[in-house]
Design a protein around this ligand. Structure first.
Ligand code: ADP
Ligand code: MG
Length: 226
């Protein structure tokens, strides 16, 4: 089952506002979660109180997930702007997800051909790539591992980024839902990762094509004009 999605204007508004408060949200989350963990170890609270503490920790965890899927790299700052070819971003983020890949028995193959330069917000591109890499890995965890192939090259005046997994794949219907806010098929999912990816690629006037086959895997092909 093969299909493609062309890039559309998807909720740019949300990311602008959200990004500006992301940083401020993170610190209180960390502090609160730290104190709750201390309280959780206390021997003087009742079992019922302990349960409240643990529920609170779970909810904080979820908030933290939303921040990290959607906002952690998104803070828009002019000094995040670079004129570069995305190699540094693709490799840096590949290294960040390596531990996640190995615990899910995923092998990561990375290849890079020198490409043209382009102005972009490097933090947003990093967040976008991480979200796509993570989805690829998560699509393979139920298949007991697989291969994540990341490839950067250039074609005519475009930078091409290909991210391919050998995971569970998607039906046509599932593909058409990608990028809709809160669409997730995962128990712990936020449904914000693809939204962020689409909105980032949209900002650099690129587009994302999806090819997927149920049970076999998925390829995201990102084309960014220079
Ligand atoms: P989340 O990962 O939190 O579920 P995303 O927005 O990142 O949210 O992805 C939305 C949904 O799209 C996922 O729950 C999954 O069903 C599907 N999806 C995204 N990437 C892939 C992929 N590489 N292979 C299979 N399904 C995918
Ligand atoms: Mg995701």
């Amino acid at each position: 089952n093969r299909d493609r999605i062309l890039q559309s204007e998807r909720l740019n508004v949300v990311s602008e506002l959200a990004a500006s408060v992301s940083h401020e949200i993170r610190n209180p989350l960390t502090v609160t979660s730290g104190f709750l963990q201390l309280l959780n170890k206390s021997t003087s609270i009742t079992p019922e109180e302990k349960e409240y503490v643990q529920l609170s920790l779970l909810e904080l965890n979820r908030a933290e997930k939303i921040v990290s899927d959607y906002l952690s790299f998104a803070k828009p700052q002019s000094d995040n702007m670079v004129f570069s070819n995305m190699q540094a971003e693709a490799e840096y983020t590949k290294n960040i997800i390596m531990p996640y890949a190995s615990i899910h028995k995923v092998e990561v193959k990375f290849s890079f051909d020198n490409t043209l330069n382009k102005s972009y917000d490097k933090n947003q591109i990093q967040q976008c790539l991480i979200n796509l890499y993570k989805n690829g890995i998560e699509a393979m965890r139920d298949k007991d591992g697989g291969i994540l192939t990341i490839d950067i090259s250039e074609k005519k005046q475009n930078i091409l980024i290909t991210i391919r997994d050998t995971g569970i794949g998607m039906t046509k219907e599932e593909i058409s839902r990608l990028g809709k806010p809160y669409y997730s098929t995962k128990e712990e999912g936020t449904g914000l990762g693809m939204l962020m990816a689409y909105s980032t690629i949209n900002k650099v006037k690129g587009n994302i094509e999806v090819e997927s086959e149920k049970g076999r895997g998925t390829t995201f092909l990102i084309t960014i004009p220079t």
